[in-house]
Design a protein around this ligand. Structure first.
Ligand code: CA
Ligand code: CA
Length: 351
């Protein structure tokens, strides 16, 4: 009896962990299809429900068209690992045969001209089949039946993928030594490179000695590159001699951290990328040392990945979810040890 309960517990827990680790990004998107049969709207294929009897109202379906298609717009570019399609159960499972999965950033031919991830030879009635797309990149995921007049029915489309965008700057908090007018530090991480000062997307300090701007990423990252967009309409030379500093210390407001680069100059309105080769830090500072100057930054973009090294003992600095996960794994190990011990020492107990 103990082992049955234990197996159920382990299965439940591992399912939850799996669901947590693999996010279905399809549900973040917007959908369209070439036509709609009755109430079988395209949204039914991303309602999070694999119910595959048509009458359950959870399948998308087109009319009987030539080249029918369904499209998911993820709104941003993703690297697509897999696409999982659930086929109709109660009728006509062969209608899906020959459908293609297309992934890319173009809307030519409604997105159906994008590169092909897979051709579906067949999916059993009511079954869910997963197709590997190996990191193909795209904002649009189309499913199309080419060259045939057919109904396209999709009871669920699930997509496992990760955002391609790697600018982690926008996840952070910013500050600067002083603020010129409304040119607040957030303007440098608003996702907009607009470089005319009047467009309101540049951060700018007053005319201070050693002016600085700081990005706090809240966690330690390995920084690959930092890309800085300079002001276009005036004074591009003000950035000359600025330094990029990266580290975990707030000594001298973070300006004493190790140096990634010295900016010799950046053309007016240009964006220049500096390689920091995996330097680790939570803080990224840009400082003009030894000079009284305005520091103007129209955009700062940071390519980096979360650093694994910052937590020598996972339980000390992990998030709440990670705590729960570690606790669960330890619990499973304890249960396994207990079950093994029970079998060895008390072999007759289950009989
Ligand atoms: Ca559905
Ligand atoms: Ca900006």
């Amino acid at each position: 009896m103990h082992s049955t309960v234990m197996k159920k517990g382990v299965t439940w827990y591992l399912t939850r962990v799996y669901m947590k680790l693999s996010e279905n990004v399809a549900r973040l998107g917007q959908v369209a299809q070439s036509s709609t049969y009755g109430n079988a709207k395209p949204e039914n294929a991303i309602d999070g429900n694999r119910a595959s009897n048509y009458n359950q109202g959870s399948c998308a379906c087109t009319n009987n068209n030539l080249n029918p298609w369904w499209r998911l717009d993820l709104l941003k570019t993703y690297k697509i690992n897999t696409v999982t399609i659930t086929n109709r159960q109660d009728c006509c499972s062969e209608r899906i045969n020959g459908a293609e999965i297309r992934i890319g950033n173009s809307l030519n031919d409604n997105g159906n001209a994008n590169p092909r991830c897979a051709v579906i030879s067949s999916i059993a009635a009511g079954a869910s089949q997963t197709f590997a797309c190996n990191g193909m990149e795209g904002r649009y995921i189309n499913i199309i039946i080419p060259g045939r007049t057919e109904y396209l029915t999709l009871c669920e489309v699930e997509v496992d993928g990760t955002l391609s965008e790697t600018n982690v700057a926008r996840l952070g908090q910013v500050s600067q030594s002083s603020k010129y007018g409304n040119a607040k530090p957030e303007n440098a991480i608003d996702g907009n490179r607009a470089s005319n000062f009047n467009q309101g997307s540049c951060a700018c300090t007053n005319n201070n000695l050693n002016p600085w701007w700081r990005l706090d990423l809240l966690k330690t990252y390995k920084i690959n590159t930092v890309t800085i967009t300079n002001r276009q309409d005036c004074c591009p030379e003000r950035i000359n001699g600025a330094e990029i500093r990266i580290g975990n210390s707030l000594n001298d407001n973070g300006n004493a951290n190790p140096r990634c680069a010295v900016i010799s100059s950046i053309a007016a309105g240009a964006s220049q990328t500096f390689a920091c080769n995996g330097m680790e830090g939570r803080y990224i500072n840009i400082v003009i040392p030894g000079r009284t100057e305005y520091l103007t930054l129209c955009e700062v973009e940071v390519d980096g990945t979360l650093s694994g090294k910052s937590c020598p003992i996972l339980l000390v600095c992990s998030t709440f979810n990670e705590h729960i996960m570690v606790f669960g794994v330890l619990l499973i190990i304890l249960m396994l040890i207990f079950a093994t011990f029970q079998r060895l020492m008390l072999p007759d107990l289950d009989k």
